[in-house]
Design a protein around this ligand. Structure first.
Ligand SMILES: [Zn+2]
Length: 61
């Protein structure tokens, strides 16, 4: 079954195909690749980690 979900990416806020869904928030493929490609300490890495932290923080409220 090809069940394609379209969700708002929790990081770039764009409407994307569901890729990694954490607590109901999507992380789109392009953001995932940027996270994977970013090194700890990179500006992009901290920005994405901050976004992921926000996803988890908001989920508990
Ligand atoms: Zn994204």
């Amino acid at each position: 079954m090809a069940d394609i979900d379209i969700m708002v990416c929790g990081i770039c806020r764009k409407i994307k195909r569901a890729n990694i869904v954490i607590l109901g928030r999507n992380i789109c493929k392009s953001c995932e690749e940027e996270i994977v490609g970013a090194k700890a300490g990179d500006e992009a890495y901290s920005r994405y980690m901050e976004s992921i932290r926000n996803i988890f923080d908001n989920s508990g409220k």
